[in-house]
Design a binder for this molecule. Structure first.
Ligand code: C5P
Length: 504
């Protein structure tokens, strides 16, 4: 791999004026002389890092504490002239995101096989990225008849790999490092030929060598003609691979690329493959292993087939909390009323309309360690929903008899068994925000309440920011106005601390 490191600002290198690299706009590892490259390679190997990561570590060390962290290796003068810009690697890339809502850098190695479904693999790159994955691509020779390394590389943001015998790529990355510098290998489309090669342990090309060398989970998304799929040889190979521990998603049944051909053999859709991949990725972060239930959005309570009672909740806050919890490694179930905001990545979304449906879905999602009730549930529903559209009458409009909806938060908070360890509610108030929220926390039986002033002049309802008072059994804490994403991040940090046994 060509490692080109852009040192973006001299400010980041403040105090390192004497360090030759601080003055450079960019440098190319490939252009170093053989002796230095060899030194860098040995040092990278000794530290178990790629050469580019090693250079980053050296830069970080240099930009950090000063003389004592200065690397032993002296950077040569020839760095100064290096100007090639094929691929930039921001030196900030390796820093852990401070915001837990920020996507985490899972690494997925995507091997694209040679089939017409390869075009869907380009979309798969994006879908994996949506779930916070950093994607690297290998294209087999056959794959390159369908999609180009340039397209895959452009979408991945990193050059695509194609050749086992490419001296440059072997030198910079190498097939062993490709096989190991990942959390998961996805093969999509997995053709009949690739399955056969894998089952037989062939390593005569880059994909085969990497698949043989990897010790990471492998997910296959087979795609082929239904007869090829049904063929005894394919099924035998598949059975062998499954016995070897390889996971499989799809194939689906449907129309084939060839006219008039239909049956089992279509590659699973990119969203399905990304979901299957996410399920195999190791969970990391402060909420890893915790199951979190979040309710979000309004509920719609039908009056007749065309009318309903609703409110102005956008679902932005609840969805942001679900996203932040997922990014922190939690296994999240988001029970959402009708909203326009997109489903957060890496979250199981259960879509509901009414309060009764929301309660049923919330109960179904248990057991969970944490439950956050951010939904603006309609307090009442129409007692008798009309099966046909209610006609306008002359004279007095018809009165609607209402009945109270179940209180989902209070129901879950008062459960005798299966109660989440931490039950968190919201209180949208227009007057005496903190006093009312304190009373609500006790009445609802929850552990924490996040209170916010939703009087119309605040613009909170449907807006992007929120001013929160966190009310616990022992404290009231007022947070500064901040974005709903930032509120979500802050809350997730508090939840993680509480699960660790620290006070909120
Ligand atoms: O009583 P109020 O609607 O102000 O309570 C707000 C809190 O209770 C929110 O956390 C909301 O999600 C939850 N709630 C609920 N079910 C209801 C009403 C409110 O879960 N029927």
């Amino acid at each position: 791999m060509i490692a080109l490191i852009a040192v973006q600002s001299s400010a980041r290198m403040a105090g390192q004026k004497d360090f030759a690299m601080a003055r450079l706009g960019s440098l190319t590892v490939r252009r170093l002389d053989a002796r230095i490259k060899q030194q860098l390679r040995l040092r990278a190997a000794a530290n178990g890092r790629s050469m580019e990561d090693e250079v980053r570590a050296i830069l970080r060390g240099a930009a950090g504490a000063g003389a004592e962290s200065r690397p032993e290796m002296i950077m040569p003068a020839e760095f100064a002239g290096a100007e090639r810009r094929e691929q930039k690697v921001d030196v900030r890339e390796d820093r852990r995101p401070a915001d837990p809502a920020a996507p985490q850098k899972w690494r997925v190695l995507l091997i694209i096989g040679g089939g017409i479904a390869a075009y869907k693999s380009l979309d798969l790159i994006r879908r994996l990225q949506d779930r916070g994955a950093r994607v690297r691509c290998i294209l087999t020779a056959a794959a390159q008849h369908f999609v180009t390394p340039l397209a895959a590389g452009a979408l991945a943001g990193e050059r695509a790999f194609t050749d086992l015998f490419d001296a440059q790529s072997e030198f910079d990355v190498g097939h062993i490092r490709l096989a190991r510098d990942t959390d998961l290998v996805v093969v999509a489309p997995a053709t009949a030929d690739l399955l056969a090669k894998m089952a037989g342990g062939h390593a005569d090309d880059l994909a085969g060598a990497v698949l043989l060398a990897t010790d990471r989970p492998i997910l296959l998304a087979p795609a082929m003609n239904p007869r090829m799929w049904a063929a005894k040889a394919t099924q035998r190979n598949l059975a062998q691979l499954v016995a070897d521990g390889v996971r499989v998603v799809g194939p689906n049944s449907g129309e084939m690329a060839e006219r008039g051909e239909a049956g089992l053999g279509r590659m699973a859709e990119p969203l399905e493959i990304a979901a299957a991949a996410a399920a195999l990725l190791p969970k990391q972060g402060p909420l890893a292993g915790a199951r979190v239930l979040v309710t979000s959005g309004p509920t719609h309570e039908p009056i007749d087939p065309v009318r309903f009672i609703a409110n102005r909740s956008s679902g932005k806050q609840g969805h942001a909390i679900a996203a932040a919890a997922a990014a922190a490694g939690a296994d999240v179930v988001l029970v959402s009323g009708p909203v326009d905001v997109p489903d957060p990545p890496g979250v199981t979304v259960v879509k509901v309309e009414t309060a009764n449906e929301m309660l049923a879905a919330a109960e179904q999602a248990l057991p969970a360690e944490v439950a956050v009730f951010a939904a603006a549930v309609a307090d009442w529903r129409v007692e008798q929903v009309s099966r046909s559209k209610i006609k306008k009458q002359e004279g007095r409009p018809r009165a609607l008899a209402l009945v109270e909806n179940p209180d989902i938060l209070a129901t879950i908070a008062h459960l005798k068994s299966n109660r989440p360890r931490l039950v968190i509610g919201f209180a949208a108030e227009t007057d005496d925000v903190v006093a009312n929220a304190k009373a609500k926390r006790i009445k609802k039986g929850c552990d924490w309440i996040l209170a916010n002033d939703v009087s119309p002049e605040t613009g909170i309802m449907g807006g992007d920011s929120n001013t929160i008072h966190l009310i616990t059994a022992t404290s009231v804490e007022s947070w500064p106005p901040q974005s709903k994403d930032a509120v979500a991040g802050e809350l997730v940090e508090r939840i993680a601390a509480a699960l660790r046994g620290e006070e909120a």
